[in-house]
Design a protein around this ligand. Sequence first.
Ligand SMILES: Nc1ncnc2c1ncn2[C@@H]1O[C@H](COP(=O)(O)OP(=O)(O)OP(=O)(O)O)[C@@H](O)[C@H]1O
Ligand SMILES: [Mg+2]
Length: 414
Amino acid sequence: MGTDANLLGMGAFDESGVAEAERIGQLAASGEQMVERLRRTAFLPGANKALNVRVGIAEAADLLGCSTNRIRMAEQDGRLPTPPETENHRRLGYDIPALLNMREVLGASPRRAPNDTPAIITVQNFKGGVGKSTVTTHLAHYLAVAGYRVLVVDCDSQATTTTLFGFNPHFAIRREETLYPYLSIEPTEDDLRYAVKPTVWPNVDIIPSNLQMFDVEYELAAAGSSGGGTLASRFRKLRQGLADLAQEYDVVLLDPPPALGTISLAVMQAANALLIPLAATTPDFCSTVQFLSMMDQVIGQLNDAGITVEYDFCRLICSKFSANDPSHTMVQQIMEQAFGPALLPIPILESAEISHAALRMMTVYELDKPIGTPKTHKRCRSNLDEAMSQIEQLVRRRWGRAAPDASKLLQVAV
Ligand SMILES: Nc1ncnc2c1ncn2[C@@H]1O[C@H](COP(=O)(O)OP(=O)(O)OP(=O)(O)O)[C@@H](O)[C@H]1O
Ligand SMILES: [Mg+2]
């Protein structure tokens, strides 16, 4: 038997007689150990992720859209605490909680008015690896720096976003802490608040995910095949639950799995805005066209079933653009022709800063110093600010408010 397999070049057994298929378990175990090691080195002792970002007074003033003098005066008259200093009396800069407090005290909060509808944005594409989780996490942190209250919902059992927020989905998250108990065929939760976890960002919460979230996929698919009533009721439940929860936030970001499964469907009808990331490559373009035509069909079917899907905005964003690669420029032109103004004009540049930050389980907004050269970091950060501010503007337009000057967000110190 082994001989046949070897003759066929299938390599069914290695020298030690372990079947290749059995080896998958070993690979998973050894990989999980490595994930844990990466996590330990990426996060501080105690295995808790920390947020060490600080900005100077000039940057704080730029972010708030006020003068440095205004901040100094508020510090002098006691409205703001005295800024922290080093032993040599050098200003340490403001951390994110201090920055948020400053916004409150100086009346520079960009939050929506109570009657404005919170944005519930699904960052969706059925193609894998297009940058959904990268866009979701960077958008969450961009909005957090800008002073919004953000909820991130990881709906993907791969749990990339959960990992990037510092939670190890294998060891630190139980199925009961994910959307599972809420969406399951036999739900044990009726209010999504049980699943909301704080993150190191004071104004960002997360509903995490882990591999067991995939059970929802099986259960809902089975429910769909036996009539669809339960499926439709779960869809409505997710939509209502998120809409209720969203009242405590300005923006809710949904990161669904890269497939046309029941979770993806549930997510797309629960959102009120759609953001489609894609890289500037022909396969991504072709898959995204298929995604759009499938979405179109599915939205029609959902409408027929009495589930309306309505978006305040529907935009595509190029998530990995390299200006040095002529093929990217060509594909971007093709995308501009095909999608017109639905394609956001500013793409996210492909940057080693983003992939290196991901290796540390961080976004670029969490880096307290550049990983590459200061120039690379600054370019990447400025581009991210510009690209993300396009989405912020769409959200604010819905609230009938102009976006704060995006250039204010471009000047954060490196
Ligand atoms: N602009 C960028 N520059 C450099 N690397 C990037 C950029 N955007 C994404 N990446 C990298 O591409 C890979 C895939 O990104 P990501 O995990 O965000 O995609 P995804 O669509 O969420 O994938 P999946 O379909 O598996 O959920 C990651 O390694 C990420 O760090
Ligand atoms: Mg992902």
